[in-house]
Design a protein. Structure first.
Length: 215
């Protein structure tokens, strides 16, 4: 039975993903990379306290899966350089470390609109990390591109709250190709990540609103 590694388990999507991993019989154990001990306790759950090294060496995980739910905002990070470190450098290090440890599947939380050529810095960084992850050689890669995430955050994001209200009011006109911009519950994204990783799908898969809901 494979091992799952998750980075970002204390975040909105990452916590939901971790809970889904713990409930799924497919994985023998779940190892969270965290800066401080988790309050969650479970027989399958292990922790690696990163202690200043955000992506330490990983345990052997042949055929296992790595889940990356790392992310911040430029406001919280304090600068574009600090944002890029969290949203590009750390995920890329995790992907390389997981592949060296034998993982066959990598699951990445990105963003709707991600594009390595975007004039928007946030979307450009998201697009760039997607492209780098594709090159590493995982047999299976799942990239999740949710729009605005709903759920109870531990931190205050007034702009995001306004965006959620607006998007929810307009979601019924977001049909067809525009449906990818509908808000979605972080818990749904977390569960869908695990469903994708445990499915027989191989190769590269990019998931937007409809396929996330389908999973």
């Amino acid at each position: 039975m494979p091992v799952a590694i998750i980075a970002g388990a204390t975040g909105l999507v990452g916590h939901s993903c971790m809970e889904a991993l713990l409930a799924d019989a497919h994985f023998q154990s779940v190892v969270a990379l965290v800066r401080r001990p988790l309050t969650t306790r479970h027989a399958k759950l292990g922790e690696i306290i990163t202690d200043g090294n955000p992506i330490p060496p990983l345990p052997d995980m042949p055929g296992g899966a790595a889940f990356c739910a790392l992310g911040t905002t430029i406001r919280k990070a304090g600068s574009q350089a600090a944002f890029r470190e969290v949203d590009f450098d750390y995920p890329l290090r995790l992907a390389h470390a997981a592949r060296r440890a034998g993982a066959g599947t990598f699951v990445l939380v990105s963003s709707v609109g991600a594009n390595p050529f975007s004039s928007n810095f946030y979307l450009r960084v998201k697009g760039e990390i997607e492209e780098e992850v594709k090159k590493i050689g995982f047999p299976t890669v799942h990239i999740f591109r949710p729009s605005i995430l709903t759920g109870q955050r531990s931190e205050s994001r007034p702009g995001e709250r306004f965006g959620i209200v607006l998007a929810q009011a307009l979601q019924w006109v977001l049909i067809g190709g525009l449906s990818r911009y509908r808000p979605i519950a972080a818990a749904e994204v977390g569960r869908a990540m695990v469903a994708a990783a445990t499915s027989p799908l191989a190769g590269l898969h990019v998931h937007h609103f409809s396929s996330i809901r389908g999973l």
